[in-house]
Design a protein around this ligand. Sequence first.
Ligand code: ZN
Ligand code: ZN
Length: 278
Amino acid sequence: MFGGRTLLIATKHKKEQVIAPTLEAVLRVVCITPQDFDSDQFGTFTGEIERTFDPITTARKKCEWAMEKYQVDLAIASEGSFGPHPEAFMVPANEERLLLLDHKYNLEITAVTLTTKTNFNGAEVTNREALTTFAKQALFPSHALILRKSKNNADELIKGITNWDDLHRHFDDYRNKYGKAYVETDMRAMFNPTRMQVIEQTTQKLLQKIQSQCPQCHTPGFDVTQVIKGLPCAFCGLPTTSVLSLIKTCKACSHQQTEKYPQGKTTEDPMFCGVCNP
Ligand SMILES: [Zn+2]
Ligand SMILES: [Zn+2]
């Protein structure tokens, strides 16, 4: 289905470095990355251009826009978001999504990674000591930093700082003018090796999903569409909130398959039972 086809990687920040090799090797596609593709029109992390859609919609729009512009029928886009972990408040997390769009076979396949492995951070600093402490914690200079006048201010903004001289020089500038600066991690992939690794992991996941075929019609992307909770408690037998089964659905022929006990156990430890251990 994919062999020999051109796959456009709709990305700007060198993400093709981790996306292309795997896909070319396994799917036998020929990856291209247009040098003039400007993904910033779909929003930036630093707030100069607001993001107006959810990550998957944005990724789909990037693909569609690039497919139209460069006349290809197969594209991939990525979209990262950063913020507190949805289940562990105050712990920073990175959610990375990849979306493959295939107009020839009418397919959309997505993969997501949610991880706390990120240096995502920001702080207001008034002196060089605080700046140094922040920078070291943020894995600077292997990971770039951004300086601005104040938090969320997009007017005076220096991105992609990768050495101590520049960091000190720009910081001194801000401090002389405003008495402080806001320093934050640069999350653009090419400036953030930790994020690049997460994109690579997500590419592996996407590849697994592409290779997962419908047992009936062999369309790629046979994937989980529903998670059913209610694994019975080993002591009282009542349903818990743990996963009982997964339902996979084919997007082409709607064939469904239920996978029972995906975690490899048929009962849940009473420790996680709302009745035995409220
Ligand atoms: Zn099918
Ligand atoms: Zn119980």
